[in-house]
Each structure stands twice: as structure tokens, then as C-alpha cells.
Ligand binder design. Structure first.
Ligand code: V47
Ligand code: SF4
Length: 380
């Protein structure tokens, strides 16, 4: 019997032990037959499916893609500035230029930060920050070049579609020209941020950034130019399940066209120190259910990432039973976005050994990867 038939039989045996509704039965057969779930089925999963059912099925779907591997990388973040022209109500991080309380590191300072990791084993620098009113794409291309000068072998996963949109417009050039400039300067991949919920009506209540088509078009163009990307989803605030599904449906459709998304990253809304602090955070149970639904609904995105800095180490570990196969990176205390929003880790940092231990104690095989999911080391 092949391994995949064994897995199928095992899951059927487990599902047979559960008291399934007829809708759950039908969804389970679709997943087993690799038939895509509809919007209504996604909604059913969110609203009615049992916790056991979600965990079992999402785990099956995860193992189909990545077996018992769980990926992580050795990385740092650089957050060049927190001055920002936009006003996202969920943001605890941005400040207005001229009002103080923020930072805007010079290119020299950024090069120094990178130099600090010259002899380390990092393989990725993740760069995102506020949308600074004065910096254009040429400035950011210099930034990438200076980092590459000191860290020639790292991947640069840099700039959300929202930052890119602004820096290209400021320079008066097209998305294609802008991406070419950054790719020539060393850009490998785009982070998934700025997507929030890709629904313009809901977005108007959350932020004043460009509409969802801008985000989609920039990711489409990046994929066409061979730049892979991620997609995030900011959930657990004022959205309804329907909005999460509209968002994922848009990601799923673009992925059908391009195949350029590596990972989908649900980001839990954290409510400290921002204009939406009155909105309560959702429960950990809701977080786990959400990971499972994203794994089942996004049948064409290979990796579902639990960004541990966003939900904490313990919850990230638990998500490995709900379809997650990636925990992001070691970070080395280089990001402020989530500590400023009240997340568990005030100084987010994990050594590679800690990451390996966390994954092993969830009975999974830790795998160090690079930004584009080349395997660097399997800790078997
Ligand atoms: O788009 C801001 C989110 C994102 C809050 O691609 C918040 O590997 C929760 O892009 N509560 C930026 N979330 C982060 C980002 C990212 C992070 C990790 C991995 C990757 C990747 C990308 O942070 C923003 C926004 O959705 N965010 N404030 C908050 N209070
Ligand atoms: Fe600016 Fe990003 Fe904060 Fe929005 S989430 S205000 S774009 S830094």
C-alpha cells in the first residue's frame, strides 16, 4: 500500500469515529478527493464544523503537501521607519512625520544593522515599515544594495504592496519598472502585508490605503517577473467570516493564474495602543479554527504560516495541529510591530535550537528553509 493510500485510510478511520454532520461528510469527501471547497462550504466550516473535525481534516491536507515537515528560517527584520502617510485604525506602530516619536534610520545605520550579522547564519532579511512621505523607489533600491554589499548571500524579502505602490508613484514610474529596479538591487520576494482584508467596503472602516486591486495587481506583476510573495490576512476585528472568505477567494484566484504565492499568513488583530483598542481580541480557539479553514479553503497555496511573533510561541506550536506547516523565523528581536500592539513577546527572538525543540515537541520534523522554500537542513 502506498503511503498516500495509508494516510487516506487512516483519516477515513479517524473521521468514522467522529459524529459528523452530513455537511461535514460531504466536505471531508471533497478534501479527500482534492475537490475545491466552495464559499458556502468555507462558511459552514467557520460557523458550524467541530473543532475535532477541523483539526483532523486540516492536518490531513497539510500532510498531503508537506508530510510531517514544519518549516522555519533564520532571519532578521529591518524596519527602516515608522513614519507613515496612512492611518490604519489597527496600527500601534506608525507615527506622523514632524510630530516626533518615530524613527527613520539613515542608509548608513541600516548598513550597520546588516553588518552586525556578517558572520551569522541568517539567510533572510525581511524589510517592512511605515510608508515614509519622502522616500521613493531609488532610495529603497540603494538600501537593498547596501544590505547586499555586506550580506551578499541573504534573500531580501522586502516591502509590502502598499509601500511599493507609494514609492513607485513618488518616482513617477510604473509597477513593472519599479519592480525591475528593486529586483536588480537584490529583491527576492515580497512579504504578504498590507492586504488586511481584500474587500473595499470593509477596508474603508479600517484604513485609508488604496483599494484591494492595487495589492492584487502588484503581487500579480511580481509573480510575472519571477518574484514570489506571501499573502497575509488581518482577522479577528470587525470583519465577518464572509469577509475572510472573500479575501481568501481573491488570493486563491490569483494563485490559479500565477502560482507565485509561497505562504498564507493569518495575522490575529492585537488590540493594544491603537484606535481599535475597544475591539476585543478573538480567542485562541478561534485562531486555531481559522488556521484550519485557511488550510482547507486555500487548496493551491502550499504553506500556511503561524507567525509566532503575532500569536506567541505556545499558540504557534498548537497551530501545528491545525494545518500550519511554517513558523517563520528566529527574528533576533528586530521587529517592533507586534510588541507595540501588545503581543506576548516583548523582545521576539528564538534561537534555531529553540525553534527545533518547539517543533520536535509537537512531534513534527523541523526543517530549516530559505525565503523561497529551498530546504537547508532537515532535523530528522
Ligand atoms: O499589513 C499591523 C499587520 C502587517 C497590527 O510575508 C497588525 O512572511 C495585528 O507584512 N495586530 C505587516 N496585525 C506584517 C507583515 C508580515 C508579518 C510576518 C510575516 C510576513 C511574511 C509578513 O502587520 C500589516 C498588518 O496586517 N498589523 N498592526 C495589529 N495591531
Ligand atoms: Fe502605515 Fe502600515 Fe501602520 Fe498602516 S499598518 S499605518 S500602512 S505602518
Amino acid at each position: 500500500m502506498t503511503e498516500s493510500i495509508q494516510k487516506r485510510e487512516r483519516i477515513i478511520a479517524v473521521l468514522e469515529q467522529l459524529p459528523l454532520t452530513k455537511e461535514e461528510e460531504s466536505i471531508a469527501s471533497k478534501v479527500l478527493e482534492r475537490v475545491r471547497l466552495s464559499f458556502e462550504e468555507g462558511l459552514y466550516l467557520y460557523e458550524h464544523a467541530s473543532f475535532n473535525f477541523l483539526s483532523t481534516l486540516a492536518n490531513y491536507a497539510k500532510e498531503k503537501v508537506s508530510g510531517d515537515y514544519v518549516f522555519f528560517n533564520i532571519n532578521i527584520h529591518i524596519e527602516p521607519t515608522n513614519y507613515c502617510v496612512y492611518n490604519c485604525k489597527f496600527c500601534s506602530y506608525a507615527r506622523k512625520l514632524g510630530k516626533g516619536g518615530g524613527w527613520d534610520y539613515s542608509l548608513e545605520q541600516i548598513e550597520q544593522m546588516a553588518s552586525h550579522y556578517k558572520d551569522s547564519s541568517i539567510t533572510e532579511v525581511h524589510i517592512t515599515g511605515g510608508v515614509h512621505p519622502q522616500h521613493d523607489v531609488y532610495y529603497y533600491a540603494q538600501m537593498l544594495r547596501r544590505i547586499k554589499q555586506v550580506l551578499p548571500d541573504v534573500h531580501l524579502k522586502a516591502f509590502t504592496a502598499i509601500e511599493l505602490h507609494y514609492m513607485f508613484r513618488k518616482a513617477g514610474i510604473s509597477v513593472e519598472e519599479g519592480l525591475h529596479i528593486l529586483k536588480d538591487a537584490g529583491l527576492t520576494a515580497l512579504p504578504g502585508g498590507g492586504a488586511e482584508i481584500l474587500d473595499d467596503e470593509l477596508s474603508r472602516q479600517l484604513h485609508d490605503k488604496p483599494g484591494y486591486k492595487v495589492w492584487i495587481d502588484i503581487h500579480r506583476k511580481a509573480h510575472e517577473l519571477g518574484i514570489s510573495s506571501n499573502a497575509t490576512m488581518l482577522y479577528g476585528h470587525i470583519e465577518k467570516y464572509e469577509h475572510r472568505l472573500i479575501h481568501m477567494d481573491r488570493i486563491r484566484s490569483l494563485q490559479d493564474e500565477t502560482g507565485g504565492f509561497s505562504a498564507f499568513i493569518p495575522l490575529k488583530f492585537r488590540n493594544k495602543n491603537n484606535p481599535m483598542s475597544h475591539v476585543p481580541e478573538v480567542s485562541v480557539i478561534e485562531d486555531m479554527r481559522n488556521y484550519a479553514v485557511t488550510r482547507l479553503f486555500l487548496d493551491n497555496v502550499p504553506h500556511i504560516k503561524a507567525y509566532w511573533v503575532n500569536i506567541g510561541k505556545k499558540n504557534a506550536q498548537m497551530s501545528l495541529a491545525f494545518g500550519v506547516d511554517d513558523l517563520d523565523g528566529t527574528i533576533d528581536d528586530t521587529t517592533r510591530i507586534y510588541s507595540m500592539a501588545g503581543a506576548e513577546e516583548e523582545h521576539p527572538r528564538m534561537t534555531a535550537s529553540e525553534m527545533v525543540e518547539l517543533i520536535r515537541s509537537a512531534h513534527r520534523t523541523p526543517v530549516e528553509r530559505d525565503t523561497v522554500y529551498n530546504i537547508r537542513k532537515v532535523y530528522s
